[in-house]
Design a protein around this ligand. Structure first.
Ligand SMILES: *Cc1c(COP(=O)(O)O)cnc(C)c1O
Length: 518
């Protein structure tokens, strides 16, 4: 493709993007395809001869778009939002147009320097203390691909710090602390590093208050492990867990760590809910005081509710030298005079990979175009839309909240009609599995399921950039209707079952009394 052809194809691609976005509300939210559908549609090896662009882009529309689940759809309420924006998209486009591996300052100064700047913008927008700002040289921020990468990076740095402070500690005795509600990234990091992991049980507290780990639970666990000769060296605390948006008490936990176990690294995973820190009224709830006071590292994903297209995971550390201790390797061919002089950031020394994408460009575009005001408005809108959903659940006789709502996430379940129904957990869970199954078969919205302790429930997560009140209304109508019909068919089934057992009882009574059968 030469420049002239690219110019044409590029304009055409933008047109297609606009058509896609304006037709989104008419599309089913979830891809209506079966596993393996694509193998029947495209050849199983690359073409020998290059093909015309038109045929390629048309196949994209025909074969690929129908196989997409539309996370930008206004009725997408599953998992967590992927609130992409046109500004973010343009950032991706322009950064890919100058594609380069940007591993050190010299490899592309603008990419390093813009990242330093936008991470400071974000830090200030969230109210992070200046210790976390790049400009001050102590801590700093770096963009990662995902919260999983951020956590792994933090845990590797934590391990080096611990081993430096406690030389001779056996690797087998190190323990990563997570909770029973931590995202799977904690266990995954343990798998990758070959280390022990312990999940502190917070299920009860979460079910009651949606509050997770407290200092007391942590203290008891550490004492137990120390008595067994084990060495907890890092805690992954969560602000806004994936299941229910539960919040570990960061200040409480951080205080215990600082006071009694200062070698434990505190990583705060606020991948989904961290963006609420942009609004002063949510800072207390989202644990800003504890983060500022005690967190060694923090992760907030902009690629969820934060308006920046995937991937855009922001990762801050209190002491950048801890990352450099863990990740710096400088072979001769990577040496530069600026790096040697220590006057620039070489981000390759802050994480696992060498090469890095120019992600800061989309941060810059989105934060400039929305401004802090626009960013806050997006968060407030998500929370207020969720509040209106919560009101409906609260007012409904057939549903209940399983945990208190968290920011823009509601966890709820269907209640069995009391008369004639057992209210055992297993039976309520079965009812709710049926309810969720029926909801899943509706193409016009999507929600996801979860377990809180043993309780099966349904999650309603708001935050797609184009969701409005009307979409909440429509979703509620579907949810209510599916709930009512599930209860009805459930009642019929249990009526049938009752009749059946009654007939059986009659039959055995008749046999027992040796009455002549009619
Ligand atoms: C979404 C989420 C993750 C995983 O994020 P990735 O960026 O996909 O790794 C981890 N923790 C929490 C709390 C999340 O909400």
């Amino acid at each position: 493709m030469d420049i002239d052809k690219f110019r044409k194809a590029g304009y055409d691609a933008i047109n297609r993007i606009c058509d896609y976005h304006s037709s989104l509300p008419m599309k089913p939210v979830v891809a209506q395809v079966k596993p393996g559908y694509l193998h029947h549609l495209i050849p199983d090896s690359a073409p020998q001869k290059g093909q015309e662009w038109v045929s390629i882009v048309e196949d994209y529309e025909k074969f690929i778009i129908p196989g997409l689940t539309h996370w930008q759809h206004p009725s997408f309420f599953a998992y967590f939002p992927a609130a992409g924006t046109f500004e973010g998209m343009l950032g991706e486009l322009l950064s890919s147009s100058t594609t380069n591996p940007g591993f050190n300052w010299f490899a592309s100064p603008a990419s390093t320097e813009l990242e330093g700047v936008v991470m400071d913008w974000a830090a200030k927008m969230f109210g992070l203390k200046d210790i976390f700002w790049n400009v001050n040289g102590a801590g700093g921020g770096v963009i990662q691909a995902s919260a999983s990468d951020s956590a792994l990076t933090a845990i590797v740095a934590a391990r080096i710090r611990y081993l430096n402070e406690h030389p001779g500690t056996m690797l087998e005795s190190l323990v990563i602390y997570i909770t029973t509600q931590t995202h799977s990234l904690g266990e995954k990091a343990a798998m990758i590093l070959g280390l022990r992991v312990r999940a502190l049980d917070v299920d009860k507290a979460v079910a009651i208050h949606n509050i997770g780990l407290t200092g007391e639970v942590l203290k008891a666990a550490v004492k137990e492990d120390h008595a067994r000769g084990l060495h907890p060296f890092v805690l992954v605390a969560t602000v806004g867990t994936t299941s229910s948006g539960a919040i570990d008490q960061v200040a409480d936990v951080g205080f215990i760590i600082k006071q009694s176990f200062p070698s434990i690294w505190l990583h705060v995973d606020a991948a989904w809910a961290g963006v609420t820190l942009a609004c002063p009224e949510y800072r207390e709830a989202a644990q800003l005081p504890g983060i500022n006071e005690y967190a060694d590292s923090l992760c907030i994903n902009f690629h969820k509710w934060g308006l920046i297209n995937h991937d855009a995971s922001a990762f801050w550390v209190r002491e950048r030298r801890r990352l450099i201790d863990a990740f710096e390797i400088t072979p001769e061919f990577l040496r530069t005079k600026e790096g040697d002089a220590g006057i620039v950031i070489d981000y390759r020394n802050w994480h696992l990979s060498l090469s890095r994408r120019f992600r800061s460009l989309k941060f810059w575009f989105v934060l400039r175009s929305f401004g802090v005001d626009g960013f806050q408005a997006n968060i407030r809108k998500g929370i207020s839309l969720n509040d209106s959903f919560v009101e409906r659940i609260r007012a409904s006789p057939i549903f209940e909240l399983v945990t208190p709502p968290s920011f823009a996430l509601t966890v709820f379940r269907l209640l069995p009609r009391s008369a004639g129904n057992t209210t055992e957990l297993e039976s309520i869970n079965a009812l709710n599995r049926e309810f969720y199954g029926a909801l899943q078969s509706r193409p016009n919205l999507v929600l996801t399921q979860t377990l809180i302790g043993e309780v099966f429930c349904v999650r309603f997560a708001v935050g797609a950039a184009r969701t409005e009140l009307i979409d909440i209304d429509n979703a509620w109508e579907v949810i209510k209707e599916v709930g009512e019909s599930t209860l009805e068919s459930w009642a019929m089934e249990s009526w049938d079952m009752e009749m059946e057992s009654w007939a059986m009882e009659m039959e055995s009574w008749v046999t027992a009394h040796e009455l002549p059968t009619p």
